[in-house]
Design a protein. Structure first.
Length: 147
């Protein structure tokens, strides 16, 4: 079996920074490397009557851009944490994250949530909620208390 890891998904938002103290603390106490993960969602095509053809970047191009950004994010926010791995996946975020956690025998997933309820939750959905339901390991959900 592979060594245990901590999966830390980020979307580069200010909100995702709120999980960093937990990531640092848990990586040290569990003595686990951190896999910092960004999921590129495949571009969706929408048709409009008044719009001509639009060229969208390929998932590969988007993944390359995300990798550069993720490496910079790690250098800025996770320096001093040993064993940090930069991972870019392409697909549906919740599914990709839970599949990755299962494949790599994750000890823990640490991620933030907006904490939306009611209509905002229905309209915006929740990747964190889907991960909580599907995860093969415990999930530490860090709530945004600013909203």
């Amino acid at each position: 079996m592979a060594d245990k890891i901590i999966v830390f998904p980020t979307d580069f938002s200010k909100l995702s920074l709120k999980a960093l103290p937990w990531v640092r603390r848990m990586a040290e106490s569990l003595n686990c490397p951190v896999h910092c993960v960004f999921v590129v969602e495949e571009p969706q095509m929408y048709a409009a009557l008044d719009m001509g053809p639009v060229t969208l970047p390929s998932p590969k191009e988007l993944a390359e851009q995300a990798k550069t950004r993720l490496d910079a994010f790690i250098a800025e926010h996770l320096s001093g944490v040993s064993g940090v791995v930069s991972v870019v996946l392409v697909g549906r975020p919740a599914q990709e994250l839970t599949d990755y956690a299962a494949k790599h025998a994750a000890e823990l997933i640490i991620m933030t949530t907006h904490g939306y309820s009611g209509i905002r939750h229905v309209l915006l959905g929740s990747t964190t909620e889907a991960v909580l339901r599907q995860a093969p390991c415990p999930v530490l959900s860090v709530r945004n208390d600013d909203e």
